[in-house]
Design a protein around this ligand. Structure first.
Ligand SMILES: NC(=O)c1ccc[n+]([C@@H]2O[C@H](COP(=O)([O-])OP(=O)(O)OC[C@H]3O[C@@H](n4cnc5c(N)ncnc54)[C@H](O)[C@@H]3O)[C@@H](O)[C@H]2O)c1
Length: 386
């Protein structure tokens, strides 16, 4: 079997899960990683048991043993790193958001199509078996026409003002925080499961923690425990938001996101109400799908290969009662990405559930529309994408 060489740029929190997922595929070699300096790259390479370390991402992209680039850098580096990889003719798996805004997102989508390579954005919740189950049930008309799609994505890791990293710096993380970081996931899941596009939005944003305390030295995102003196930094980006939605078939929706909501760790929930039945899926209890009925008792479907529809089966790896998790769903998306890469990124070979740069670009269009809606005082705003 022909082996595939990959290299990863940006070895922080989420990078470990990209490497873990790739290792589980069996026919992909982790050739090298690139960090923000030679020293940090070597330290991470030792920790992740990777042979080659580069202090400059351009050197990694030029490595002839590498055919696939994983981009897990902070958001502001997504554009230059991904563009350089595409220009070198490499397949790219970028973490989300694809870019800082729709203008950048469109540039990357266009560059990926021109390069004729595989282009993937890790909207990893698509890799959950019961997300695929729900998508299939809706596509087959099993719950009737959708009328209402709603939910939330709540976290609490930014509750303390001592959390400050590139994510809260508009030049590095982008002008949005909660919407871009986790609202992007929720909207992707909503459109993916429903099979419908959001056409207009009305958004209300708030910054619950307007001053954060930077330890200066902290380069990585999830680090509130860095020792030393801290300086106050004014934060502009929202850490709480609620958005009303209109879908293309006339269905209505709404969702809220927050990163400062005590007790909520990674609490993504989505409910889709059809005319005959409803479905509800919650990330923190991801092995269950609630099915609600009007004229018979509601039920809870377990993630069990003997119950799941055939199109969702490739995403299940364990028998019923054996819990699968965030990392397994992430691995499913990476598995689909390499299925596409093995076919040279040919458009017709793309596994249907796999999120591409088109989806990444779409996400930036949605978030831009929400920011525009809020800035205009909370008015209905069309989602523009071309
Ligand atoms: N799919 C998901 O659910 C998910 C989860 C977490 C993060 N993410 C995304 O992944 C990206 C990284 O987030 P993170 O939480 O891992 O951040 P992080 O801060 O933990 O890691 C970023 C890494 O990039 C390195 N870096 C900085 N400049 C660099 C450069 N010039 N060259 C190479 N490396 C450089 C940093 O030193 C750090 O190691 C973000 O875009 C984020 O939105 C996605």
């Amino acid at each position: 079997m022909k082996r595939i060489g990959m290299g990863l740029i940006g070895p922080g929190f989420v990078a470990a899960h990209h490497l873990d997922a790739v290792r589980r595929l069996g026919d992909v070699d982790i050739v090298a990683i690139a960090g923000s300096s030679q020293e940090s790259a070597e330290k991470k390479a030792r920790a992740y048991k990777v042979d080659r370390a580069y202090g400059d991402y351009k050197a990694l992209i030029a490595d002839p043993d590498i055919q696939v680039i994983h981009n897990t850098t902070p958001n502001y580096l997504h554009l230059p790193v991904t563009l350089a990889a595409l220009e070198a003719g490499k397949h790219v798996i970028s973490d989300k958001p694809l870019a800082l805004n729709a203008q950048e997102g469109r540039k990357l989508r266009d560059a990926a199509l021109a390069a004729k390579v595989a282009h993937v954005v890790t909207f990893n919740y698509r890799g959950n078996p019961l997300v695929q189950q729900a998508r299939g049930m809706i596509a087959r008309g099993e719950i009737g026409a959708l009328s209402f799609i709603h939910g939330f994505y709540f976290q609490d890791w930014m509750t303390t003002p001592n959390v400050y990293s590139w994510r809260s710096d508009p030049a590095k993380g982008g002008v949005t925080s909660a919407l871009g970081d986790i609202g992007s996931h929720w909207c992707d899941v909503a459109e993916h499961i429903s099979g419908m596009k959001i056409v207009s939005v009305l958004a209300d944003l708030a910054t619950v923690v307007p001053v954060r305390y930077s330890a200066g030295a902290s380069a990585e995102a999830f680090s509130s425990t860095v020792a030393g003196e801290r300086r106050p930094v004014e934060v502009q980006a929202e850490d709480l938001a609620s958005v009303l939605l209109r879908f293309e078939n006339g269905a209505r929706g709404c969702f809220s996101v927050g990163q400062v909501l005590p007790g909520h760790k990674n609490d993504l929930q989505i409910e889709l109400n059809g005319r005959t039945s409803s479905l509800k899926w919650r990330q923190e209890e991801q092995n269950e799908l609630w099915i609600g009925h009007y004229n018979k008792p509601n039920c809870m479907m377990a993630k069990d290969p003997s119950l799941i529809a055939s199109d969702a089966l490739p995403y299940v790896h364990l028998p019923g009662g054996h819990q699968e998790s965030w990392a397994d769903a992430f691995r499913n998306v990476i598995q689909d990405a390499y299925t596409w890469i093995r076919e040279g990124g040919h458009p017709e070979a793309k596994p249907a559930p796999l999120p591409t740069f088109e989806d990444g670009y779409r996400s930036t269009c949605l978030i831009d529309a929400m920011l525009k809606s809020h800035a205009a005082g909370g008015v209905w705003t069309s989602v523009e994408q071309n």
